[in-house]
Design a protein around this ligand. Structure first.
Ligand SMILES: Nc1ncnc2c1ncn2[C@@H]1O[C@H](COP(=O)(O)OP(=O)(O)OP(=O)(O)O)[C@@H](O)[C@H]1O
Ligand SMILES: O=P(O)(O)OC[C@H]1O[C@H](OP(=O)(O)OP(=O)(O)O)[C@H](O)[C@@H]1O
Length: 302
């Protein structure tokens, strides 16, 4: 591809591998952003929009967007703070995936029971900025300075091995299911940060002409995110029980209620958060709902 091919195109950064990659591809597909990535090339043109996708390491995306080299990007909230780019990027949308927590961890057998117990000790992490800030506050609370302060040491990967290797008294690393942590014989004693994937744009927009396209892509991605988060719920219920049912399924604005051919009965259509639907169905049955049907959403605009 020659450099002119990118002229005037909105540049959209996507993690090139790792935990966020597959989910990003599915978001792009749901938003009908069409492209073919040839031979794992890191730049590719979008066929149906004036956009080029740039595949970058997740950790580099905040600074590319923050400095205005690319216009839009997807990465983790944690990565933005670690890159100290929070003032240079605007988090436009939370994407509902890449959810995990940055946690302080120690061996199961460790005498250290809280983050405060690790103050002045050795902590190994890939998140040296966030860990430095976290332990820096604890050091300051104790009035520690110089060599007394907690030592934060950077490693690029396999952080969970550091305690067993005798390199650290504790680590700071991401935890989702906890499988990695438990497999390494560690447990969490504090949470530094909760994080998820976010859509970001440059705070000082270099190309104001791209604003309408950024808004369009944002609206489409918001639709995909909402479709993943909600299900459509339909049920029949005696009109007299409608007030109780409305408390259980208030909908985003209000439920859609239509009359049934059977006297005294109504049909209700409403959106419900996917993670709550089992409990909602139990509660609807208790107030007399029948024929409860749940539909997954392919896409939506809400
Ligand atoms: N287990 C996980 N569950 C959910 N989200 C995660 C998980 N691990 C990482 N993430 C999110 O994905 C981001 C990128 O992490 P990931 O481990 O995929 O990095 P990577 O680009 O593969 O980097 P590396 O080169 O260090 O492997 C993290 O900063 C975090 O926001
Ligand atoms: O709590 P869990 O579900 O086990 O997830 C946590 C692990 O996931 C991430 O690593 P990943 O597997 O993406 O590989 P990486 O270490 O190469 O980044 C993170 O660094 C943890 O090691």
């Amino acid at each position: 591809m020659n450099a002119d091919a990118l002229d005037g195109r909105l540049l959209f950064a996507i993690p090139k591998k790792g935990r966020l990659y597959e989910k990003c591809l599915s978001i792009l597909s749901g938003a009908d952003v069409q492209f073919r990535r040839h031979n794992r090339l890191d730049v590719c043109l979008v066929q149906n929009h004036n956009i080029a996708l740039v595949f970058l390491p997740a950790s580099d995306i905040p600074s590319f967007v923050g400095k205005g080299n690319v216009d839009l990007g997807i990465t983790g909230h944690d990565v933005i703070l670690e890159a100290q780019m929070q003032e240079h990027v605007t988090e436009v949308l939370r994407l509902g995936f890449g959810k995990c927590a940055l946690q302080v961890q120690v061996p199961e057998s460790s005498p250290y029971k809280s983050a405060g117990d690790l103050v002045g000790k050795r902590v190994v992490t890939s998140f040296e900025v966030l860990s430095g800030e976290y332990f820096g506050k604890l050091d300051a609370d104790r009035g520690l300075s110089g060599a007394e302060k907690t030592r934060i040491e950077y490693v690029g990967g396999s952080v969970e091995a550091a305690c067993a290797l005798g390199l650290a008294d504790g680590i700071v690393d991401l935890v989702e299911s906890g499988d990695t942590m438990r497999a390494a014989g560690l447990h969490a004693i504090a949470t530094v940060l909760e994080t998820e994937a976010v859509l970001i744009k440059s705070t000082a927009q270099k190309h104001p002409a791209h604003a309408p396209l950024i808004d369009l892509i944002t609206a489409r991605i918001a639709g995909v995110v909402a479709a993943n988060k909600y299900v459509a719920c339909q049920y029949n219920i005696p009109r007299a029980r409608l007030p109780e049912a409305t408390v259980i399924t208030p909908g985003r604005k209000a439920p859609t209620v239509s009359s049934l051919e059977q006297e005294g009965w109504v049909a209700v259509n409403v959106m419900v958060e996917k993670k709550k639907i089992a409990g909602v169905m139990d509660d609807l049955v208790k107030v007399g709902a029948e024929d409860i049907l749940i539909f997954n959403l392919d896409n939506c605009r809400v």
